[in-house]
Design a protein around this ligand. Sequence first.
Ligand code: PXG
Length: 467
Amino acid sequence: MPNLSTNTPTAELQAADAAHHMHPFTHAAGLAKKGARIITRAEGVWLNDSEGHRILDGMAGLWCVNVGYGRETLVEAAAKQMRELPFYNTFFQTSHVPAIALAERLAQLAPGDLNHVFYSCSGSEANDTNLRLVRTYWAEKGQPDKQWIISRWNAYHGSSVGSGSLGGMKGIHAQGGMPIPGIAYIDQPNWWSEGGDLSPEEFGLERARQLEAKILELGPENVAAFIAEPVQGAGGVIVPPDTYWPEIQRIVDQYGILLIADEVICGFGRTGNWFGSQTMGIRPDIMTVAKGLSSGYQPIGGSILSDKVAEVIGNCEFNHGYTYSGHPVACAVALENLRILDDEGIVTRVREETGPYLKEKFESLTEHPLVGEAKIVGMMGSIALTPDKASRAAFEAEAGTVGYITRERCFANNLIMRHVGDRMIISPPLVISKDEIDELIKRAWQSLDEAHVKLKDEGLMKAAVRN
Ligand code: PXG
């Protein structure tokens, strides 16, 4: 048995990784040929890999390291809690201080009367909880037919059977007998790709009214809830037109449908407010949280319920929960993370200072010949790559080809900037400084330049025929 450490040569680590470690959302045989990138340390917004590169993390890990890497007080909070009480469950009429204190803090931070927390360990689990919660809610209210949940194509709500079904990603649905019954989908508010000749405002209304049409088709008496991310993340940072969310709120109110805001990415400062629902001006009945709740230092998620929902659920025994629901160490770390976000004024700084600074710089990328639109809210943004800005054309090459080439150039320039299809996305740690923002934009521009040269060389700057 080899004694692997961060001093082990990269090739050896890669071989052991390929032999034994199965990665999420990965073509294993392809990765085995190439070898995984091995990250060894991180500090602030910077990652180190096993080959000595220093990489600017434009994705905050996986949209989660909001307070940045290397936070000693989070380490201390975990160690202290592990010494005191490393585990106890929250089943069987038991509780403990970290779970109580975090729930109380979340109730203070969450808008309106979202006052009740059901814990999980991830966003996927929290959305599985939500699926059962909303159906149980209506059954308990004597309307057992209200079971349909409406979601959106290209939404991401996790990849377990329940949450992957709630999401609208066809690649996920294609594997493992999904989606489960009782979930319907409407189109996403992606104006750049799907807006045709409509103005963004007209398009936003058109897409929101698909919800009304779907409710009427299914019958309002059969619809439990609508679930959506305030700003779609994994789908490519799709920022809806301004007309979209007010119309969605009108529709869920009018038809008595519960609104679930999936805040797994948008929560905890990402959009410049504590929650994306505040930025978008909506009033959800349930919010899904994870990721930034602990800045990724511990696996924790949850569902935050309104008084109305919690009261109904509280009148039955809800036969659901996870061994690690409200794990004391995860809760203690999340509490300390919320303290850091608050005490250091990080959310306010994103809204008033670094967010607007990033927006200005990020939008300047549209001056690059490859870039059509740039959309950004707080610290989540995307650019659309295009061979022809005027017609908002897609590339003739299969979707994602150009995005992948561009992402490879970003990697080569030590910048983590991901691609979703032919959109490039960023979601940096919220503590990124103005100098680091300048560096991010400089590297992005350089990568776009290099990708552009390669695309021209390979004859890939061709527009798809519009249908
Ligand atoms: N909801 C949203 C909005 C998410 O972004 C989940 C739920 C699921 O959370 P867990 O903790 O179960 O992963 C997510 C997760 C990507 C990517 O490629 C995005 C996520 C996860 C993995 C990859 O952008 N988001």
